[in-house]
Design a binder for this molecule. Structure first.
Ligand SMILES: *Cc1c(COP(=O)(O)O)cnc(C)c1O
Length: 441
């Protein structure tokens, strides 16, 4: 079908007023009341609301313990510490992720070894993980990237016989299922962000979940000094109760915990509507050249949870080599604002190559290593290719077919008229990626 692209003066594919379809989180009077109660009781720094939230979260997640944190960054650091990651230890993580999946390992004296992602799931490629194991590997960090569940069976098959701990970074995937079971329950411990942009959004906060008492108590010991008390059962941890082992203060702000209790109550119901809306969007685009859904196969029992930071996969070879940058310009001009790229891969950043953060006299990445684990540009070819093969898609929070159909029509129109875009294609810029899609209203 030949239509004039909006980029060249044609009518926009998206005409409908989006209303509140993109607004998130959904805030009702119940959230306001819960937060105001904490404020008026001047209970911001207490723990009683947080403890209630933790109990409810643990029941929802399906783990014995849950522990609230000030941020997801802190919760993930505590998960690493909980697993015993320390001086000279390595964790394996994907490079295509937000920095807080791994960077905190430096503060524990450890380092990170990056593994490739699978180009369809954008999560750890288990076969590549297997090749990165060394006698220093302490943990594998599984990021359920942009909502897609990591292939946990394959990861556990590698980790279990070797006694390697498995941590899940669930920041993008709260409530997602892997083969019918919630992510966050497969590894030794899960930790995640609950900050305002995430699908379970409660302010600035993080949470850790585990069935393992020792991991829970170690995680608590790092930065929850007022709860690091006589209740601790792990014998060796009882030596120094009362002060935080890490010298951190990681307590969750109770206005967040209060909001969390309300958000959690409605989360599954809201996610179900998001899933219906997002799956409808992709169903409409099934078979369109150049674009491919980033979602698990329908009969797999796996789901995308709340579809945080939803992205699509791009196949430039099906569109005459059209760059994803030009493709996104054209879709955006149709009234559907999207951005090219995904996260910038971490491994080429100076912080993972040259920077001496703590004055070790050598780069922090290898401060305690007996070999050079650094990975120069070019060493992770699949990962490095991914930003040029991804683009953000609209994150629909409600199933409103007409609006969703118009957004899908924008993608279809551009894909079907790609030839018109080839002559003016500027190509992709250097260092495509980042968090362009994350915007405050
Ligand atoms: C947001 C995020 C974090 C960090 O959480 P904060 O709450 O922002 O500290 C960690 N990992 C991933 C994958 C994230 O997206």
């Amino acid at each position: 079908m030949s239509e004039v692209l909006a980029l060249y003066g044609g009518p926009k594919a998206v005409q409908a007023d989006p209303g509140d379809i993109f607004d998130w989180p959904i805030i009702t009077q119940e959230d306001r009341d819960a937060v105001m109660d904490v404020l008026e009781r001047r209970a911001m720094s207490g723990t009683e609301v947080t403890v209630e939230f933790e109990k409810e979260f643990a029941a929802w997640q399906g783990t014995r313990y849950a522990l609230g944190f000030s941020t997801g960054t802190a919760a993930l650091q505590a998960a690493m510490y909980g697993c015993g990651v320390g001086v000279g230890d390595e964790i394996i993580c994907q490079s295509l992720t937000y920095w807080a999946s791994c960077l905190q390992v430096y503060s524990l004296g450890g380092t990170v070894v990056f593994a490739e992602v699978d180009p369809d799931s954008l999560c750890l490629d288990p076969a590549d993980v297997g090749k990165r194991i060394s006698d220093r590997t302490k943990a594998i960090m599984c990021v359920h990237y942009m909502g897609y569940p990591t292939d946990m069976d394959a990861i556990l098959e590698i980790a279990r016989p070797r006694g390697i701990k498995v941590i899940e970074d669930v920041s993008h995937a709260q409530g997602a299922l892997y083969k019918g079971k919630k992510v966050g329950t497969f590894g030794d411990v899960a930790a995640m962000s609950l900050m305002s942009g995430k699908s379970l959004a409660i302010g600035e906060a993080g949470i850790l979940a585990t069935d393992n008492l020792e991991i829970y108590e170690r995680a608590l010991s790092l930065g929850h000094y007022e709860r690091f008390n006589d209740s601790i059962q792990t014998p060796y941890l009882r030596e120094a109760l009362g002060l935080p082992q890490g010298g951190y203060k990681y307590r969750m702000h109770q206005m967040s915990s209060a909001m969390g209790r309300v958000q959690l109550k409605y989360y599954d119901e809201r996610c179900a509507e998001i899933q219906k809306a997002m799956n409808y969007f992709w169903d409409l685009l099934e078979g369109v050249p150049g674009i491919k859904a980033h979602r698990p196969p329908k009969d797999s029992g796996s789901t995308m949870g709340g579809w945080y930071a939803a992205h699509g996969l791009y196949r430039p070879e099906e569109l005459g080599g059209l760059s994803v940058t030009r493709f996104c310009q054209a879709v955006s001009a149709e009234g559907c604002a999207i951005s090219p790229g995904a996260n910038m891969p971490l491994h080429s950043h100076p912080l993972f190559n040259t920077v001496d953060v703590y004055g070790h006299g050598k780069p922090t990445r290898i401060a305690h290593s007996d070999r050079d684990v650094r990975q120069p540009q070019g060493s992770l070819p699949v990962t490095e290719l991914m930003p040029s093969r991804c683009y953000s898609i609209p994150w629909f929070k409600h199933y409103r077919p007409e609006i969703i159909e118009q957004h899908a029509a924008a993608f279809r129109k551009v894909a079907e008229n790609y030839e018109r875009l080839l002559p003016d294609d500027p190509g992709n810029p250097e260092g495509l990626g980042g968090w362009h899609f994350f915007r405050h209203r």
